[in-house]
Design a protein around this ligand. Structure first.
Ligand code: AMP
Length: 194
């Protein structure tokens, strides 16, 4: 009788151990994923070899920020703000990273600079422009960094590629999905999927 009780007690303890181990493994995996954030980036180019410049920017992003998990099609779009500028190519990329938003911005600015971006005229022609559209569901209003990007909901050249890869993503400030923002757009500039 006593032996039987000890056996049962041991079995109970083993079972507990296994359950505990599973919970621990689960929480480790959970914690590893916990810090990863979905970051949506918009690429734009309206100077030189535009297709090559988009590819080059995506390569730099993969090397310095994180591997690119999703890419939209490339869109040819009429210049916004300064409509006498040459047409742009635009594309949205998704990366997943645990890098702080400010560090993502610093990489973005370095890539733009490395790729010959000159900031001379507001909305002027540029070899490459990279905007941070979303950093998870974070709302950031700091000097030099506003996320979600403050103009994204007004721009067809942003919402058309974005809706292709993240239609149900929620805008944390406007509390509307991307597909809904796109359907309510007031922007008539031409955006053509290539
Ligand atoms: P732009 O001329 O559109 O490339 O603007 C670049 C400037 O916008 C940079 O100096 C950034 O510091 C600032 N900025 C603020 N918010 C963002 C954002 N969400 N993504 C990219 N640049 C941003």
């Amino acid at each position: 009788m006593k032996n039987c009780f000890i056996k049962k007690y041991k079995l109970f303890n083993y079972a507990n151990l296994i359950i505990h181990a599973r919970i621990t493994v689960k929480s480790v995996v959970y914690n590893n994923c916990y810090n990863m954030v979905d970051v949506f980036l918009l690429l734009g180019s309206n100077m030189g070899e535009r297709h090559d410049l988009l590819k080059e920017a995506a390569n730099h992003i993969a090397q310095t920020i994180a591997p690119v998990l999703k890419t939209s099609s490339v869109y040819e779009t009429q210049a916004w703000g300064k409509t006498d500028e040459p047409d742009y190519l635009n594309q949205v990329l998704l990366v997943q990273t645990d890098m702080p938003a400010r560090q993502v911005l610093n990489h973005v600015l370095n890539i733009e600079q490395q790729m010959g971006r000159k900031r001379e005229v507001k909305w002027g022609a540029r070899s490459i422009d990279i905007d941070i559209l979303f950093y998870g569901d974070a709302i950031i209003n700091e000097q030099g960094l506003t996320v979600p990007h403050p103009q994204l909901h007004n721009r067809r050249f942003t919402l058309e590629p974005l809706v292709e890869i993240a239609p149900h993503l929620n805008h944390p400030v406007l509390n509307q999905t991307i597909v809904r923002l796109k359907n309510n757009l007031n922007d008539c500039l031409v955006v053509k999927k290539l």
